[in-house]
Design a protein around this ligand. Sequence first.
Ligand code: ATR
Length: 267
Amino acid sequence: MDQYAVAGNPIAHSKSPSIHTYFAEQTKQELVYSTLLGDEVEFENQVRDFFEKDGKGLNVTVPFKERAYAMCDILSQRAKQAGAVNTLLMGKNGDLFGDNTDGIGMVRDIVENQKQSLTGKRILILGAGGAVRGVLEPVLAENPESVTIANRTLEKAQALADQFDCLASSFDALEGAFDVIINGTSASLSGSLPPLKDELVSPETWCYDMMYGKERTVFLQWAHERGADGADGLGMLVGQAAEAFYLWRQVRPDTASLVESMRQQME
Ligand code: ATR
């Protein structure tokens, strides 16, 4: 049977095997999807070994996305823009092809599952790390009115803004309400929030957190307390997996039903 896996460290709690197994059952594809504990020194050899043993496709997660990027022979445009790879496959001639499905997975979740258009919207993105870099190109492809990147370290926001032709700001200098706010900081991991002024959000603002959890995230709680609706990143996790699955199998799985059942299992 065709072999797939996700490589990362740690990896034991990855949801990718159950997500891809669900997709395979749903679309009647015969495949096995497992985990690969990435080794800090041996990662590149592990990847080569996986494909030499006839592996068909590999997802890559923290902390190896940049190393996966560096070892590819061919990169998709969106992987080039992201500077990171989360999906690998081997061409017939042995070339390693890398893609990044994180951003498109998020945008499809927002547009198709959450039914929120980004077109013509004033968008604020919080954070300027790898997660934000990965989503900028697909967000800009939706033709928003403007994209402002706000970050604790202004230079990092400015560097991304220069590369992607959008705006950069410190949290302090932000003014007025945005139509959409996307949280891509890792602050929520520690249950904290960047210093956000109340005026940034109104009941018409729609908020998205790339993080997700059983409880409402601190960012979505902040939005909720100010009357704004939103969604967390569970759909992004499933969405990026669906894009990788499509790349490998040329079949597009339905994501909404899986997000709903994962949400129920968290309760
Ligand atoms: P990732 O790959 O998850 O994006 P990263 O590249 O380390 O991780 O980026 C983390 C992002 O979260 C950065 O934008 C970081 O801000 P700095 O660039 O100033 O470090 C942001 N971040 C992390 N903790 C934060 C906090 N407590 N408040 C505000 N921003 C925070």
